[in-house]
Design a protein around this ligand. Structure first.
Ligand SMILES: [Zn+2]
Length: 286
């Protein structure tokens, strides 16, 4: 509640610290990403353009007003600050915004896959459904507008073919959501490489959402909207169903189909290949 009396220098230092984190995590290559903090009703501290987020000093941080006009700082403010301001305008509780390019989370939007839910307990509790904003050229107001439908019901949004933007009551929190989401997406991609993805049952997800309410983290928007808990159930399907038992899904979904365009060998071909390999191994052993 003493946010108006916030120590500007300490916040600048913290912005630099979060910058180091996103750079070291590989969430912001070269000069990618930007970070901001609202210090008063009409003053927002933000990172400058064309600077590596891993090596910023407090003196590099700029200040803009809520219209995006630079009011302090020796370097030019980031062009993507309009995206941050749009989020602040929509919710006065939000004090910090982090935009970065976490590769695993971004890969989902590039692949045109919605991030599935009902898989990892922490993600159900902390993030819930993770929306993807429509693609728009970064920088202008039209880009900032893409976030509008998602601010009320989320903490982090994937920007299609671009990155993520996350927010919170402090900088650490805004950063955390990106870290949780990217770790999750990495696990999903790894599981998919092993074969398939199994989900937590809906009654067990309901238990997690009860916990979320008990923790004082509010009612999950999926409950408020009476929406499906499990999003993108297609992602759970195995692609290698033609090889038999491993291709089925635990969720009772229809057996997965081969990836479009993938060559699916028939049983006789597989058998022949196995025989050839066995013969070669036997030959090498004798
Ligand atoms: Zn960006």
């Amino acid at each position: 509640m003493v946010m108006a009396m916030v120590n500007e220098f300490m916040i600048k230092k913290e912005i630099c610290e979060i910058g180091r984190k996103i750079y070291n995590k590989g969430f912001a290559a070269a000069n990618d990403g930007n970070i901001s903090y609202r210090i008063s009703a009409n003053q927002v501290l933000c990172t400058p353009t064309l600077i590596c987020k891993g090596f910023m000093k407090p003196d590099d941080i700029c200040m803009v007003d809520m219209a995006g006009k630079q009011v302090a700082g020796r370097k030019k403010r980031t062009s993507e600050v309009l995206l941050h301001l749009e989020i602040y305008k929509l919710d006065p509780q939000i004090k910090a915004v982090v935009h970065c390019h976490p590769p695993y989370a971004t890969a989902f939007s590039i692949a045109g896959e919605e991030i599935p839910t009902c898989i990892l307990p922490e993600v159900e509790v902390f993030l819930g459904r993770i929306p993807t904003a429509v693609y728009e050229t970064p920088g202008a107001q039209t880009f900032a507008d893409t976030i509008r439908p998602h601010v009320a019901n989320s903490r982090i949004v994937v920007l299609k073919n671009h990155g993520t933007v996350s927010w919170g009551e402090n900088l650490e929190q805004a950063y955390w959501w990106a870290e949780i989401l990217d770790a999750y997406c990495r696990m999903l991609i790894m599981a998919k490489q092993i074969g398939r993805v199994e989900r937590i049952s809906e009654p067990k997800v309901e238990e997690l959402l009860d916990l979320k309410e008990q923790f004082g983290m509010g009612v999950d928007p999926r409950r408020l909207e009476n929406a499906d808990l499990c999003v993108n159930t297609e992602f759970g399907r195995g692609y290698n169903s033609s090889f038999g038992a491993n291709g089925g899904t635990a969720s009772g979904l229809p057996t997965g189909q081969a990836r479009p365009g993938a060559v699916t060998p028939n049983e006789a071909e597989v058998e022949q290949a196995v025989q050839e390999i066995t013969d070669r191994i036997m030959a090498a052993l004798v």
